[in-house]
Design a protein around this ligand. Structure first.
Ligand code: M6R
Length: 613
């Protein structure tokens, strides 16, 4: 999704030139996904804009974005929603006079009506975007009020939809004006400068002191001043109450020698799991969440994409270990389920970014019905944990690659811990059984390190063969099914190979018709005697049709003679299946994407944080 960064600085007070800082911030926002980018600064009584379609590095060669002068600078990476990705639709957008420039993340739903009204008043539009109505609206109100902040407020009041907006103007050249609703925005506090950005990595090199902007906040930052109001109440906000120090290091947000963020993040899993495990042990939120679960009539869990796979896994573990049915659904499907929920129920929302619009909408719809909510997220103070009754955090560190990797394994760790605690408190797990399971979880960091070192080279060599294929099946049974779904999603989203996951028992009901000589089938084989036995038949029926069988299986699997390729994982408890069996599939997808010449960090058509419905 779109990314924003802006700086208002005093001369000589920034660590680097503001233009360079914004440019570097844009590079750190690339992971969110974008198709065009731009930068603007105030120069004299005009605004200087450089923008265009394509990668930031190419635009830098063509336009030298980083060379832009000025002390008040804004930048933007655009992920097209209204209007094709091209030079004109790239942000920033300006008004007719060229004295106001705006960058925007989100969607202005009523832009057509606003545009019509503005055109009838003589405004000339250059782009097809929804965003361009904003500078023209502010221009219109400025004519009336002669006060830029007032004009900005009036303009924002007319918008329907979602926005994180930053505006600069020659009328007040040392300020960044901002407003936020349903799209993320943070303020970074500096000495002699202040920053606005969509995301922490964009400003981490310059400051660790941040304030997360809340919905309906509106205001401005200058190099030495911050002013915030709540548009819904018209009250001044004491923003200093919301300052927090970011613990992520700059190293977390850089590639540290790895060719891609995705590979770095796969390798970070031992550290991410260790931090998450220690965090969860001492997290008071878990006990509160268990209490809610014990009191609940019905329990629902929702998320999107990879986070949904973690939800599905949670629902399975809950049935098996806590003997509680958990209804799992894909976040965007929430209207189907809302009507069944009431005030004695609990909804768990899983989202690494904490900002996914589908998940946020589901959360809000359930809250409206009085449902209690628990968030599981990787980003402190993001919208979903903020709006939930209880927030539990994974501690994976920033995930920059568009494909979720370490956030998935850490989500499943947290959710497994929750199931075990719930089962124990519910009286269906003995204390000794719960302790035994927690002991397995405590080993996840060390186990995943082994999994990665055992399988990296097979993943690389097998990728050469897989990269020539157009389809693959990812199969498993029971607890392994969400892991197979995650393996298939990884291959699809970064290597652009069609991959389908389903419970292996379904093969004979249709999908096996596609299988022919050399057809790739990846089996997730959990450490579970019964599952292994039933999977034997499924493997054999695939082999009989010429399929090539790739197994992700424990080192003592009874199925080893059945496998053409074997990603060996330590023999553990089945509860660790996502943690031990997913990394080889992440590596396989990663190396296949690279082999096919694609950039796994920035897959086409995808964004890291999906803040639109
Ligand atoms: O930030 P979230 O966990 O809410 O994101 C949900 C999905 O958009 C995300 O998992 C997506 O499917 C990833 N590209 C998967 O790798």
């Amino acid at each position: 999704m779109c990314g924003i960064i802006g700086i208002a600085a005093l001369l000589g007070k920034t660590p680097q030139r503001p233009g360079l800082m914004v440019y570097k911030g844009l590079l750190r926002l690339e992971y969110r996904g974008y198709d065009s980018a731009g930068i603007a600064s105030i120069s004299g009584d005009r605004i200087h804009v450089l923008k265009g379609k394509g990668k930031i590095a190419d635009l830098e060669k063509k336009l030298c974005l980083s060379c832009i002068d000025g002390l008040t600078v804004i930048g933007h990476t655009r992920w097209a929603t209204h209007g094709a990705p091209n030079d004109i639709n790239a942000h920033p957008h300006t008004d007719c006079s060229g004295k106001i420039a705006v960058v925007h993340n989100g969607i202005i739903q009523n832009f057509r009506e606003l545009k019509q009204m503005l055109v009838s008043r003589g405004h000339i539009f250059k782009s097809e975007t929804d965003t361009e109505v904003v500078p023209h609206l502010v221009e219109e109100f400025y004519k009336k009020f002669g006060n830029l902040y007032e004009a900005f407020k009036q303009a924002i009041k007319m918008l329907h939809g979602s926005y994180a907006l930053v505006l600069i103007s020659t009328y007040e050249p040392n300020k960044l004006f901002f407003a936020k609703k349903d799209s993320p925005l943070i303020i970074g506090l500096g000495e002699g400068f202040n920053i606005l950005a969509s995301d922490i990595p964009a400003l981490l090199e310059y400051t660790r002191r941040i304030v997360t902007v809340r919905d309906d906040w509106i205001g401005y930052v200058s190099p030495t001043e911050i002013h915030v109001e709540d548009l819904s109440t018209s009250n001044i906000v004491d923003w200093s109450r919301y300052i927090r120090i970011v613990e992520w290091s700059l190293e977390d947000a850089t590639r540290s020698g790895f060719p891609h963020f995705m590979l770095k993040e796969i390798h970070e899993q031992p550290r991410a799991l260790k931090d998450t495990f220690y965090g969860i042990q001492s997290d008071a939120a878990v006990a509160k969440a268990v209490k809610l679960l014990l009191e609940a009539d019905k329990i629902y869990v929702t998320g999107a994409g990879t986070s949904y796979h973690a939800c599905f896994f949670y629902s399975l573990t809950s049935s098996i270990l806590a003997k509680r049915i958990v209804y799992h659904f894909i976040a965007s499907e929430y209207p189907v389920y809302t009507g069944t929920a009431g005030e004695n129920d609990v909804l768990i929302v899983v989202s690494q970014s904490g900002e996914t619009m589908d998940a946020l909408k589901a959360l809000r719809a359930f809250r409206e019905r009085g449902v209690k909510t628990i968030a599981v997220s990787n980003v402190v103070d993001s919208a979903i944990p903020r709006e939930s009754d209880i927030a539990i955090y994974t501690r994976a560190g920033p995930e920059i690659g568009v494909a979720a990797t370490k956030t998935f394994t850490t989500q499943t760790l947290v959710l497994s811990w929750l199931t075990i605690s719930h089962g124990e408190a519910y009286g269906v797990l003995l204390r000794s059984e719960a302790e035994e399971l927690r002991k397995w979880l405590s080993m996840s960091s060390e186990l995943v390190a082994r999994v990665i070192s055992w399988n990296e080279s097979l993943a690389r060599s097998l990728a050469e063969w897989l990269s020539r294929k157009g389809n693959a099946y990812y199969l498993s049974r029971g607890i392994g099914v969400p892991v197979a779904m995650e393996g298939a999603l990884k291959l699809k989203e970064i290597a652009y190979i069609h991959a389908e996951a389903y419970p292996a028992g379904e093969s004979k009901h249709g999908p096996i018709a596609l299988v022919e000589e050399e057809y790739p089938v990846v089996f997730t084989i959990p450490k579970h005697e019964e599952l292994e036995k039933t999977l034997l038949g499924n493997i054999q029926e695939m082999k009989a049709r010429g399929a090539v069988i790739i197994g992700v299986a424990p080192e003592d699997t009874i199925l080893k003679d059945q496998l053409d390729y074997w990603f060996k994982v330590p023999s553990t408890h089945w509860i660790l299946t996502p943690i031990t069996h997913t990394p080889p599939q992440q590596l396989l997808a990663y190396h296949t994407a690279v082999r096919r010449g694609y950039d796994p960090d920035k897959p086409r058509n995808l964004a890291k944080t999906v803040t639109v419905e």
